[in-house]
Ligand binder design. Structure first.
Ligand code: MLT
Ligand code: ZN
Length: 447
């Protein structure tokens, strides 16, 4: 197999993955092994690689920037790793259609930068922008800080190209605004976590880059207080891009780890950003006038400093050890109660375990990080946190995907009929089960 793969992609792009960064996820929690990492440079090479891997009875895990947080890109059982980072071309943004054509291995940051050159913006954004690739963001339907205004990745995908398990290619690269010709294969690939096909290219929607931006940090007494602020600003302005919630513990930790300055001390912090083309607006500062603990970023450097307190959460929490990460949505009306219940349940399990919350307040999306927990008992923590999510009628995966971490909890968010329908789709498109076999669907059929 190695010889056949080398003949397709070149000697330099096939190597033994043992002990490499390709076998472990970013968090360090999920570790696998592989004797083959292959790096194709074109869609034709991807097709050939798939043909060879299938012919040799092997399975395949596709990897982009390897920034996933649910173990979705790890070759747990010795699968071949196909890395798409060589396929990183970014086309010229089209200002008329407001679209850009990119290869799957292009980083999120490269696409954002290209959009900026013509006064446009790619609105998907999160801390690992420099490494996360477009293919990975599509495969996980990545969210990030601007979902409240612009939607998740699925909304931005105007077209895509994907190679299916049998080497056939599906493509909607014309990027048509209107196309009602049957099943939405493009939508199906979003959040499919590499189980249905290998995304190789995409056409992404861009939005205007409004030049007037306001960024403020607000100190809040409670989660409900923070949600009241969100309701106030969102009720009065259509220009709110982001409303990020952080706890005192999280902000203190980031400040310590990166040596950053906190604008004030509060129980909860809300980082709100708006953007508009109306120079006379000044909405945020006006709406928050009269509140205590409001820091307005009046220079780009101050804006960066406030965002740093948010962006560095993931890396700072990782300095405390490998966390158990839960990425959940709960209805806004239940968010405060969920925080209370989750804290209580984790404390009851092990008083040394600590829970750090942050997230995307307006989306009801909380990142629940349990640090200091005994990973041998992760099932008990999963059950406590995800069980509470389910009782509050939330989702066990808001944006990171199901991956390996949550596959056996899928029934908390999806009915048995829905899981059966997903299995049927998987069976139809990948009958031999060669594409990312360790993720998403529960290991045993749900009764
Ligand atoms: C974030 O919003 O920063 C990410 O989803 C990462 C994380 O949950 O750690
Ligand atoms: Zn997030």
């Amino acid at each position: 197999m190695l010889g056949e793969l080398r003949a397709v992609v070149g000697d330099d792009h096939v190597f033994d993955g043992r002990g490499s960064s390709y076998v472990v996820d970013w968090t360090g929690r999920f570790r696998g092994h592989t004797d083959v990492v292959v790096r194709p440079g074109s869609v034709d090479e991807v097709r050939e690689v798939l043909r060879i891997v299938r012919a040799h009875g092997r399975a395949l895990v596709v990897q982009g920037g390897n920034t996933g947080l649910v173990g979705g890109g790890v070759p747990l059982n010795g699968e071949v790793v196909m890395s798409l980072t060589r396929m990183n071309r970014v086309g010229e943004p089209d200002v008329t259609t407001r679209q850009i054509e990119v290869e799957a291995g292009a980083t999120l940051e490269a696409v954002q930068r290209a959009a900026t050159t013509v006064g446009l913006r790619y609105p998907v954004d999160f801390g690992s922008r420099g490494s996360a690739t477009i293919g990975g963001t599509i495969a996980t339907n990545a969210g990030g800080v601007n979902v409240m205004r612009y939607g998740s990745t699925r909304v931005q995908v105007a077209g895509l190209e994907a190679v299916l398990a049998d080497g056939s290619v599906v493509s909607t690269m014309a990027g048509l605004m209107k196309d009602n010709t049957g099943y939405d294969l493009r939508g199906l690939m979003c959040a499919s976590e590499g189980t249905l096909g290998v995304v190789t290219r995409a056409v992404l929607r861009l939005v205007p880059a409004h030049e007037v931006r306001e960024t403020v940090m607000v100190g809040c007494a409670s989660v409900d207080d923070a949600l009241d602020v969100v309701a106030t600003v969102c009720g009065a302005s259509e220009a709110i891009d982001a409303a990020e919630l952080m706890s005192r513990r999280g902000v203190d930790l980031v400040a310590d780890v990166v040596g950053a300055h906190r604008p004030f001390d509060a129980e909860w912090y809300l980082l709100i950003e708006s953007s508009t083309s109306d120079r006379s607006d000044g909405t945020l500062a006006r709406l928050l006038a009269g509140r205590d603990l409001v820091a307005v970023a009046d220079t780009p450097a101050r804006r960066d400093a406030l965002w740093r307190l948010r962006d560095e959460h993931t890396a700072s929490i990782a300095t405390l050890g490998v966390p158990l990460k839960y990425d959940v949505t709960v209805p806004l009306r239940s968010m405060a109660e969920f925080v209370r219940v989750a804290r209580q349940e984790v404390a009851a399990m092990d008083p040394r375990a600590e829970i750090i919350f942050f997230g995307h307040a307006a989306d009801g999306n909380l990142h629940v990080n349990v640090v200091g927990a005994d990973h041998d008992h992760h099932g008990a923590y999963d059950s406590a946190v995800l069980g509470a999510v389910s009782r509050f009628q939330g989702s066990i995966s808001a944006e990171h995907g199901v991956g390996v971490a949550k596959r056996d909890w899928l029934h908390l968010s999806r009915s048995a009929d829905e899981i059966a329908a997903m299995r049927a789709i998987k069976q139809a498109l990948d009958p031999d089960g060669i594409l990312n076999p360790n993720v998403l669907l529960p290991s045993e059929p749900t009764a």
